[in-house]
Write a protein that binds this ligand. Structure first.
Ligand code: GGG
Length: 351
């Protein structure tokens, strides 16, 4: 029996609502497989936890999580309780950095039964490789003075090592797919980091003569991602650009509620973390209508990560069978609840 020890952090908002359903789906598919078992330990780390303890996770939180093979995270953030930058850096980014999860991989494709933002006769299927450890997400900078003399500086940090790592991962992935990589840049406006980004893209690209290299400024790329998503296969982007592009690519699929993501520790020294693209969605909390597909598809990426590719493909197929049958939450045009969508997925897995 292959056992996967999961550290489960539902987090905030819809994360808390969706997580029991997503873990149920993983348990059932593992049961049907017969040779696989998930062992979960649940952690209540969240904005509510912060109110009680003054921190988003305990001091030894990373030690506790390091006992697991992977982390399954829901959503982080409740601006009514804790400032967003405090909650994000106290939990999500703390784990990404502490566990050297240097790449964030986010998949988007046209799913059967879900109407995409723009109808594409050939569908689309793309992956964003987001640099996940530095870039615009930095703690370098400061604030001085106040009132009309106030000055705020926020520096972006780009190292050759991390930039090259993201590029190389993107090119390697492209070799297994359609054979082209698009780099998200803004070297016409940002005069140090982005020309450097372009240079590294060109340099690393030389090792991949058979992969077509494309480059687009982030503004135009974002627009094309909406109007012509089928033009893209692999996109490589900095931390912030990647975050923005993947909210867009999820919305292009039909809803931000369905986008999956993996924060990868590429050398295996720490657990990787799997979390959907969407956030805590306070506007729909308590209504029972949060879309579970983002979290379930994220579980599919986790199955892939552990080499269970057949099971992973089967799971996404079943999800698409369910959406094609019209059992969908309101964000993708249906009337079903979170629980009805999950029940249907579970019952089809058991068939
Ligand atoms: N699904 C995790 C989550 O809550 N994401 C919200 C968010 O704003 N994430 C920012 C990021 O991925 O950097």
């Amino acid at each position: 029996m292959k056992k996967i020890k999961l550290g489960v952090i539902p987090g905030d908002g819809v994360g808390v609502e969706i997580m029991p359903y997503a873990t149920q789906v993983l348990d059932v598919i593992a049961q049907v497989h017969g040779g696989l078992k998930f062992e979960h330990s649940w952690y209540p780390w969240s904005c509510e936890y912060y109110l009680e303890h003054g921190e988003m996770m305990p001091k030894d939180g990373l030690d506790q999580l390091s006992q697991h093979d992977a982390i399954f995270l829901g959503a982080v953030g409740n601006p009514n309780l804790v400032a967003d930058h405090t909650s994000l850096w106290g939990l999500l980014i703390n784990i990404r950095r502490g566990f050297k999860q240097t790449l964030n991989i986010r998949h988007a494709k046209q799913l059967r039964g879900i109407t995409p933002m723009v109808i594409n006769p050939n569908g689309f299927d793309l992956i964003v490789v987001r640099e996940n450890s530095e870039g615009e997400y930095s703690e370098v900078g400061g604030r001085i003075h106040s009132g009309e003399d106030e000055v705020v500086v926020q520096n972006a940090v780009f190292t050759r090592k991390a930039t090259e790592r993201a590029m190389r991962y993107a090119f390697e992935l492209a070799k297994t797919r359609k054979g082209h990589v698009t780099s998200a840049t803004k070297s016409n406006g940002i005069v140090f980091s982005m020309p450097f980004w372009d240079e590294v893209f060109d340099q690393v690209g030389k090792d991949y003569p058979d992969v077509e290299k494309r480059s687009a400024h982030i503004d135009a790329l974002a627009a094309f991602l909406v109007s012509k998503p089928s033009e893209f296969d692999i996109i490589v982007a900095s931390n912030l650009f990647g975050d923005i592009l993947t909210d867009i690519s999820a919305a292009v699929m039909g809803s931000i509620g369905i986008g999956p993501a993996a924060n990868l520790n590429v050398d295996g020294s720490y657990p990787s973390m799997f979390e959907p693209v969407h956030g805590s969605a306070p506007d729909i909390v308590g209504k029972g209508i949060a879309n579970p597909i983002g979290q379930i598809w994220t579980g599919k990426m986790m199955l892939d990560h552990f080499g269970e590719t057949e099971l992973a493909t089967q799971l996404l197929n079943i999800v698409e069978d369910v959406t094609e049958a019209g059992i969908k939450t309101p964000d993708v045009g249906g009337k079903a609840t979170t629980s009805e969508v999950t029940d249907e997925i579970v019952s089809r897995i058991k068939q």
